[in-house]
Design a protein around this ligand. Structure first.
Ligand SMILES: *Cc1c(COP(=O)(O)O)cnc(C)c1O
Length: 400
């Protein structure tokens, strides 16, 4: 290479010196995988895991940690509790890590049959195969739950809850289940994805761990996949779960953490608007002659109305309802919608519709579906930020 270029290769290879300027008003993305030490001694100190120091992004990253801490503060806001969080690569990773940290072969998990489909698969395909006993039933039925939780068991017991639950929005009494679990030395994990910490704070009701798919409401825009685990037990979050995460590699990444933070800024505005639109829509569609049952915890007719009223600040932005009589009626309804998208997720800024019988619950046995009220003509809607009248008009014209 020409002598003139003698510095070129090294210049290309090295990071430019950033002149320290005024602090950025918005959080930057720490996209780096690695952090550098000024001396070997400093490296030793940092490797011995000094808080606030960094080594490698799989171990921790300033942007990721800041967002985990922000969600931990939201989950305990208004209380004296001091919570800690870990951001993960997805909601499934958050569930996997939190369960992995708490159970071993010979332990048991008591849970409900109407969990997010992926969670049920995770329990049976991964944890049951590792020797963990999975007990599934109607955790909301006191007789069932008390019988299970008080049964003598040689190993540890974990109770895994999801409330409101997919797709009929059954709510479980978190405080009551936590009290009974504690009395029997069991720990409780709550999947708070459908509610968000604005509507429901399970740690304040006695839960040991809260998890979220941040993919849904916390990010809220459908542009990021992520999860989070929150708890008040410092060593559980910062040692046990952190270590599992670091070794398995199910950590979040700087870009998704940055996106989640942007979404969180409008969480309150989005949730307030989406919940009030859902509430209005529930009252409107219940009057439509072609709609049979409407499931919305804000309706007095919903079986979980009193539990929802007790533990939630609003009733959420998910609605489900039965259209016509048959599978074909439901499919035709979805296909005729113009404004609402058919999409198998929730918690975004636009209204999304899902047909559980042919999508999320396709692989669930018909008798189990029937048990949880997942009929062939059931439709689930995640209400977005559109005008109530526009969503209602779309529903009415699809019913014609
Ligand atoms: C989506 C979802 C999950 C899984 O989250 P991912 O981010 O897709 O991995 C878990 N629980 C609930 C309630 C969900 O809605």
């Amino acid at each position: 290479m020409d002598q003139r270029f003698s510095k070129f290769e090294t210049l290309c290879a090295q990071d430019p010196k950033v002149s320290k300027t005024t602090e950025a008003h918005k959080s930057p993305i720490y996209a780096n995988s690695t952090f550098k030490f000024n001396t070997v001694e400093e490296g030793v100190d940092i490797f011995l895991n000094q808080p606030g120091q960094h080594v490698y992004t799989r171990y921790g990253n300033p942007g990721i940690e800041a967002v985990a801490h922000k969600i931990a503060q939201l989950e305990t806001c208004g209380s004296e509790l001091n919570a800690f969080g870990q951001l993960t690569s997805s909601g499934m990773a958050a569930l996997h890590l939190s369960i992995m940290a708490l159970v071993k072969s010979g332990d048991r998990i008591i849970t409900q049959g109407n969990l997010y489909g992926g969670t049920t698969e995770l329990l049976y395909k991964i944890f049951q195969a590792q020797g963990v006993d999975i007990i599934t039933g109607d955790v909301g039925d006191e007789l069932f739950f008390e019988k299970q939780i008080s049964q003598k068991w040689p190993g540890n017991t974990i109770v895994l809850l999801e409330t409101p639950a997919n797709p009929t929005l059954q709510c479980l009494d978190i405080s009551d289940i936590c009290t009974k679990s504690k009395a029997n030395n069991a720990q409780v994990i709550v999947d708070n994805t459908f509610a968000t910490p604005l509507l429901q704070q399970p740690l304040l009701l006695g839960a040991d761990l809260v998890i979220h798919s941040t993919t849904k409401y916390l990010h809220g825009h459908g542009l990021s996949t992520g999860g989070v685990i929150i708890g008040i037990d410092h060593s559980l979050i910062r040692s046990k779960i952190w270590e599992c995460m670091k070794l398995v590699g199910s950590n979040s990444n700087p870009f998704d953490a940055w996106l989640i933070n942007i979404g969180l800024k409008t969480l309150v505005l989005r949730m307030q608007k989406q919940c009030s639109t859902a509430h209005e829509l529930a009252y409107l569609i219940i009057q439509h002659p072609k709609i049979k049952t409407v499931f919305y915890p804000g309706l007095e007719s919903h079986p979980s109305h009193s539990i929802a009223k007790k533990q939630m600040n609003a009733f959420g932005a998910m609605i489900s309802f039965e259209v016509g009589e048959t599978l074909e009626d439901a499919m035709q309804f979805c296909n005729k919608l113009k404004l609402c998208s058919i999409a198998p997720s929730l918690g975004e800024t636009d209204t999304m519709v899902l047909h559980p019988a042919t999508m999320s619950h396709l692989k669930v046995a018909p008798e189990i579906r029937a048990h949880y009220g997942i009929t062939d003509n059931l439709i689930r809607m995640s209400i977005g930020l559109e005008r109530t009248e526009d969503i209602f008009e779309d529903i009415c014209s699809a019913l014609k």
